[in-house]
Design a protein around this ligand. Structure first.
Ligand code: SAM
Ligand code: SF4
Ligand code: SF4
Length: 467
């Protein structure tokens, strides 16, 4: 069993509710899944932490947390991810939070933690309540590298190793939770991949993830530490050796989002004779035109200071939150203006089958990562396997596209059709976005305005939005 961003807990009825709400452009009853980043506090200080510019000293107090869980449960919440801008297990009353989730039968789909505060008691809870997945962000291979990366005393490394061993031991033969050890690679430790792999194998975990340290908002990371395209040659023999060692078990999940490294990885896979494992399957009914994000009907993230955000990828100091649970209830936010705006924007992308250019003037909530194809891995990676869901979504979206994306219709409908056309015909787009065309278009618009207004007033023919 592994985490599914909550999808495994969603009933057919709730999936249908999501599809129908996308079609009708209305809110669903409430989020089915939530990321609860209950504390912004952390017990280590990783140099690469992508949350460092959002970090406050706040956590959602236990009273408020239980109210939040109760409210979300009453509108159909089924699962949570516990992660954070701090460390989820560093919440002062984490045991009470976990107990309350269990009381409300909310599944813990994923815990992403540095593991420092994972006690035997917490391990027992996670196993007894069938948490689906625990990711240990161990990151480093030994105490010295741990101290370098996490900016703490080296001794904490052993503490985390003990925590991983404890969870493996308490879990015993159960399949819950799936235990993942994640390492982060930079130019200082990239040559130690094999040691990392061996360490994780010796711990008895289910998955060994190796990722690159990536640049963070506001570019705080020392460039000298970030892996570069030309480092692929340096990494290649180590990648090859971990792939060989893993070839009989398939525990490795290796994904370096570094430009140019894919070619090297593919070549090594061919040499070693392994296929890419631990990837996410895609159902035959999935179509690229339905690749758009539907998180605004499905999930939300709440952080330690009460801010609400669409997802963990938009936990970014330069992206404003959708609201705050201390102002009004999460249900009010879910039905409120910002969420509806996000739904409008997501629906526009879905209606156009993803064929829309990102323009910050046009998208107030969504960012480029949400609109430009291929940039966001989170939006449906876990869901693409769902044959029934994507078949139904496709049928209903195609029906609504016929009505709402067309050449003859309201200005909005024509605009959508025009967007799709221009996306498919870049040469035409280049021409119409030229200065001469723009001037001709403006002249036509201005000189035909009296006629359009007259038609609208006398015959009620609404050719454009002219008033
Ligand atoms: C922000 S942390 C929060 C949860 C918890 N404190 C932890 O470290 O697991 C979530 C995940 O993002 C990863 N992460 C943070 N900064 C990163 C970066 N610059 N590049 C790649 N992964 C990063 C962490 O290793 C961790 O697995
Ligand atoms: S443990 Fe997680 S939240 Fe804490 S500093 Fe490291 S990456 Fe950031
Ligand atoms: S597209 Fe990706 S980044 Fe944007 S809201 Fe959806 S999951 Fe988050």
């Amino acid at each position: 069993m592994r985490g599914t961003h909550g999808w495994a807990e969603v009933s057919r009825e709730r999936k249908r509710e999501i599809i129908d709400a996308i079609v009708a452009n209305t809110p669903t009853t409430g989020p089915v899944h939530a990321e609860l980043d209950l504390t912004d506090r952390c017990n280590v200080a990783c140099y690469f932490c992508n949350q460092q510019d959002l970090r406050t000293k706040e956590q959602i107090p236990i009273q408020k947390t239980t109210e939040l869980i109760d409210e979300l449960a009453s509108t159909g919440l089924r699962s949570v991810r516990l992660s954070g801008g701090g460390d989820p297990l560093f919440h002062r009353e984490i045991n009470d939070v976990l107990a309350h989730l269990a009381k409300r039968s909310i599944v813990v789909d994923n815990v992403t933690t540095n593991g420092v505060a994972l006690s035997r008691e917490i391990a027992e809870y996670l196993v007894a309540n069938k948490a689906r997945e625990v990711i240990f962000s161990l990151n480093a291979v030994d105490a010295a590298d741990y101290a370098r990366m996490m900016k703490v005393k080296p001794a904490l490394f052993d503490k985390v190793i003990t925590a991983i061993k404890t969870l493996v031991e308490v879990r015993g033969d159960s399949i819950y939770p799936s235990i993942v050890t994640q390492f982060l690679l930079d130019r200082s430790n990239v040559t130690r991949m094999v040691e990392m792999y061996d360490l994780a194998r010796s711990l008895g975990v289910d998955r060994i993830a190796m990722n690159a340290v990536l640049e963070i908002p506001r570019e705080r990371i020392d460039r000298e530490l970030l892996l570069r395209p030309e480092d692929a040659a340096l990494a290649e023999p180590y990648v090859e050796e971990v792939m060989r060692r893993d070839s009989d078990v398939g525990l490795l999940q290796i994904d370096f989002a570094v430009y140019g490294w894919n070619t090297m990885m593919t070549a090594v896979r061919e040499r070693v004779g392994v296929v890419q494992t631990n990837m996410y399957p895609v159902a035959p009914s999935f179509r690229d035109r339905n690749d758009g994000c539907f998180f605004a009907w499905y999930t939300a993230a709440v952080t330690g200071n009460g801010d609400i955000r669409p997802c963990c990828l938009l936990l970014n100091p330069d992206v404003p939150p959708l609201g705050n649970i201390n102002d009004k209830s999460i249900s009010e936010h879910w039905r409120g203006e910002a969420f509806q705006k996000m739904r409008d924007e997501m629906r526009e992308v879905l209606l156009r089958g993803g064929k829309v250019e990102y323009d910050p003037k046009r998208f107030q909530i969504l960012k480029e990562v949400c609109v430009k194809p291929g940039l966001c891995w989170l939006k449906n990676m876990y869901f693409k396997v769902d044959e029934e869901f994507y078949a139904e979504l496709d049928a209903k979206l195609e029906a609504v596209r016929k009505k709402e994306v067309r050449w003859i219709g309201t200005p909005k409908q024509i605009k959508r059709r025009g967007d799709v056309f221009l996306y498919d015909h870049p040469k035409v787009k280049e021409f119409v976005s030229g200065e001469r065309w723009r001037r001709t278009y403006d002249w036509l618009r201005d000189s035909s305005r009296p006629l359009r207004v007259a038609l609208k007033k006398t015959l009620r023919i609404n050719l454009t939005d002219a008033a």
